[in-house]
Design a protein around this ligand. Structure first.
Ligand code: NAD
Length: 259
């Protein structure tokens, strides 16, 4: 299937590893020129090189913290006018809500609610003027089925989800869609870090927690980041202009509800 986005320009945030990287790769495989960002220069350069070699598209690299005004300004400046925005940042740490201060909450809100909103604010009007835009926010399956130790994530991402639900209905008339992708367990560094915390709390090994995560999933495994990238590329495709304001759960069927 030709997704009809070859030659488009995308900013994919927090994309040296994991799900962001998978989204950048999937878009680049469709001929999209991508700007990738991360805090660590080394991993980012390696990812940018792989994308260039595999896909032959232009790849911009921006080292910086996307949760800061400077990091966002640098990323947006380097990317230029964009047709596709994939928002992403590291998830907040797991823990017990009794231990979290107001500063902890503000950091989580900054990273997982206000950063995507600021990036959308900076790019959506240009997309509307040009008559094409695809915005995908990487959130979490925890928005629909909260995970107890991830209270900071549950709270901050729910705020973003509510905001997007309103805006996505205003932009779609201009062929600018905004959707959220909700990952369940995917084989990334983040999954290992959360499993490590759960293992410490339960007094078992991290390997055991990861094995349980796979066995408990209806698919009998965790997700491959490439599967996540493919869903992102579809939501960014020319044919997906009638899909807006949706929350697509990618979790192997783990969410038990009908809707
Ligand atoms: P990851 O740790 O594998 O990769 C995160 C990427 O983001 C890395 O490239 C890192 O350098 C970059 N990054 C992190 N913080 C950044 C910042 N402030 N500025 C710039 N770059 C930054 O994580 P992942 O598994 O790909 O997760 C991506 C998002 O999806 C996270 O918010 C995570 O909480 C969420 N999520 C992941 C899973 C999962 O199973 N992997 C499940 C639910 C939600």
């Amino acid at each position: 299937m030709d997704l009809g986005i070859a030659g488009r320009r995308a900013l994919v945030c927090a994309s040296s590893k994991g799900l962001g990287r998978a989204c950048a790769l999937a878009l680049a495989a469709e001929g999209v020129h991508v700007t990738v960002t991360a805090r660590g220069a080394e991993a980012l350069a390696a990812t940018a090189r792989q994308i260039r070699e595999r896909c032959g598209v232009e790849v911009g690299e921006v080292v910086g913290d996307i949760t800061t005004p400077q990091g966002r300004a640098d990323a947006l400046r380097a990317a230029g006018p964009i047709d596709i925005l994939v928002t992403n940042a590291g998830g907040p740490p797991p823990g017990d809500f009794r231990d979290w201060s107001r500063d902890d909450w503000m950091r989580a809100l900054d990273a997982n609610m206000l950063t995507p909103i600021e990036l959308i604010k900076a790019s959506v009007d240009g997309m509307i003027e040009r008559g094409f835009g695809r915005i995908v926010n990487i959130t979490s399956a925890a928005v629909k089925a909260p995970i107890d130790v991830l209270g900071l994530s549950n709270g901050a991402r729910s705020g973003l989800t509510g905001f997007v639900a309103g805006l996505a209905r205003k932009t779609v008339r201009h062929n600018v869609t905004i959707n959220n992708l909700l990952p369940g367990p995917f084989a990334t560094d983040r999954l290992s870090a959360v499993a490590q915390a759960q293992a410490a709390a339960a007094g078992v090994s991290t390997a055991e927690i990861l094995a349980r995560r796979a066995a408990d999933n209806p698919a009998g495994r965790v997700g491959d980041p490439a599967e996540f990238g493919a869903a992102c590329a579809f939501l960014c495709s020319a044919s997906a202009g009638f899909v807006s304001g949706q929350n697509l759960v990618l979790d192997g069927g783990a969410y038990p509800g009908v809707l």
